[in-house]
Design a protein around this ligand. Structure first.
Ligand code: PLP
Length: 386
C-alpha cells in the first residue's frame, strides 16, 4: 500500500472518475437498505426525478446497473436492429466506441468524421443521411478524448427531418452542461455516475423518447441484462429495478443530485463554464495550444491542450501525481503523448482549479520547461466574460 495515499489526499482532475464530495461518500454508506423496500424505492424515485433537469426532460429517467459503456451498448441493442443503418459520428474516441459496439452487435453503420479534429458539417451529414438511407445517428455530446462538443441541437433537427433515431452519449457532460432532450429531438441519451454526478462508477441513467420506447417494445433485445422493457415495467410497478440494485451507488447519486439542486442547476452549469474559460485562458498563457486548434464548441467539463515544445507529458503528469498528489489526465489514443486533459468536472470549484494551475506551473518550472511561474494563474484569475 502506498503510504502517501493514507496521509495526503489524492485529488483528481481526471475526466472521470472525479472527486467525490464527503456528503456523497458518507451517504453511500449511511444505511443498509434492501432494494425491495419502499424506503429505498422512494430514494431511487426521487433521484430520477431530480435528474430530469440535467437532461432537460419531463420524460422518465431510467436507471441502469452498469457503467456508461454498458448503458450505451444496452441502448443500441434495445432500439436498433440489423435492419437499421446508423451514421456513427466518430470525431473522438467515444464516438468510435459507439460504432464498434454496433459492429459487434450486428448493426450496420457508416462511420464519418473519423479524425479527432473534425467538426461536424451539417450539409455533409445531411447528404450522408440521404445517400446511405440512414435510420439512426449515434453521436457523443462531449467527447472526453478531445474535449469537442458536437451540436446535438443541430443534429437533432436533421434527425427529426429524416425521422432518424438519435442516440447521444452524454456521459461526460451531465451535471456540467445544459442538455435539452425534449427540445432538441433526441431519442436516447445516456450518462454515468462517475463524472458530473460526482459519485463512484457503476450506475448509468438513460432517457428514451416515445419513439425509442416504442422501438424497445417491439424489438426483442439481444441484451438480457439491459432490457428496457423490463426496466420500464419494474420502475413503473414499484420504483425498483430488475435484479439487485447497487444500493450504495444509488444513495451516492441521490446525495449528489441533491447537492446539485442546492447549488442550483443553472449555477452549476455557469460554474463549469466559468472554470472551463479560465482554464483555457491559463493554459494558453502558459504556452499550451488548445486541442483541437480549431473547433466550434469546446467542452465545459474538461480542457484538452497540447503543451509547448519539449514538454514530456508522461514526466509532467507523473510529477504532478508524485509531488503534489494531483492527478491530471494524459491524452488518449494517438494523442496520448501529445495532449493533456484537465477536468473541471463535478465537485470542482475555483479554489481547486487555482491549485491545479499553480501546481502545473510549478511542475513545469521545476522540470525545466521554462515556465514563468504565475503567468497561467494570472490569466486564470483575470479571465472575465464581461
Ligand atoms: C464520453 C464517454 N462515453 C463513454 C464512456 C465510457 O463510460 P464508462 O467508463 O462509465 O463505461 C466514457 C468514459 O470515460 C466517456 O467519457
Amino acid at each position: 500500500m502506498n503510504q502517501a495515499f493514507l496521509v495526503r489526499p489524492n485529488k483528481l482532475f481526471t475526466p472521470g472518475p472525479v472527486n467525490i464530495p464527503n456528503r456523497v461518500a458518507l451517504a453511500s454508506i449511511s444505511a443498509c437498505y434492501h432494494h425491495r423496500t419502499k424506503v429505498f424505492s422512494d430514494i431511487l424515485t426521487e433521484t430520477l426525478e431530480l435528474m430530469k433537469p440535467l437532461f432537460g426532460t419531463v420524460r422518465p429517467v431510467y436507471p441502469i446497473h452498469t457503467t456508461g459503456r454498458g448503458a450505451m451498448e444496452g441502448v443500441v441493442n434495445n432500439i436498433l436492429t440489423p435492419n437499421d443503418k446508423a451514421i456513427a459520428i466518430c470525431n473522438g474516441s467515444f464516438g468510435t466506441m459507439a460504432a464498434t459496439m454496433m459492429d459487434r452487435n450486428g448493426i450496420p453503420n457508416v462511420r464519418c468524421y473519423e479524425s479527432w479534429t473534425d467538426t461536424v458539417n451539417l450539409e455533409y451529414l445531411e447528404k450522408l443521411i440521404q445517400d446511405e438511407k440512414a435510420t439512426a445517428i449515434t453521436v457523443v455530446h462531449n467527447d472526453t478524448s478531445n474535449g469537442l462538443v458536437n451540436p446535438i441541437w443541430e443534429i437533432g433537427k436533421l434527425a427529426r427531418k429524416y425521422d432518424l433515431m438519435l442516440i447521444v452519449d452524454f456521459v461526460s457532460a451531465a451535471g456540467c452542461t445544459p442538455f435539452k432532450f425534449d427540445e432538441w429531438g433526441v431519442d436516447a441519451v445516456v450518462t454515468a455516475s462517475q463524472k458530473g454526478l460526482m459519485s463512484p462508477a457503476g450506475m448509468s441513467f438513460c432517457v428514451l423518447s416515445e419513439k425509442a420506447e416504442n422501438a424497445c417494445a417491439t424489438i426483442e433485445s439481444r441484451d438480457f441484462y439491459i432490457d428496457f422493457k423490463s426496466i420500464k415495467k419494474s420502475i413503473e410497478k414499484n420504483g425498483q429495478t430488475p435484479g439487485s440494485t447497487p444500493v450504495s451507488l444509488v444513495l451516492a447519486v441521490h446525495e449528489a443530485v441533491k447537492i446539485i439542486h442546492e447549488e442550483g442547476v443553472e449555477n452549476v452549469f455557469a460554474r463549469h463554464h466559468d472554470l472551463a474559460c479560465r482554464t483555457r485562458a491559463a493554459l494558453q498563457a502558459m504556452g499550451f495550444k488548445l486541442f483541437p486548434e480549431t473547433c466550434n464548441f469546446r467542452s465545459d467539463s474538461l480542457t484538452v491542450a497540447t503543451p509547448p515544445e519539449g514538454v514530456d507529458i508522461a514526466k509532467l503528469t507523473s510529477y504532478m501525481q508524485s509531488e503534489y498528489h494531483l492527478q491530471i489526465g494524459k491524452g488518449l489514443g494517438d494523442y496520448a503523448n501529445q495532449t493533456i486533459r484537465i477536468a473541471h468536472m463535478g465537485y470542482c470549484y475555483i479554489e481547486d482549479m487555482i491549485q491545479c494551475i499553480a501546481a502545473l506551473e510549478s511542475a513545469m518550472a521545476t522540470l525545466g520547461w521554462n515556465q514563468t511561474v504565475g503567468k497561467g494563474l494570472q490569466a486564470f484569475l483575470a479571465y472575465s466574460d464581461k
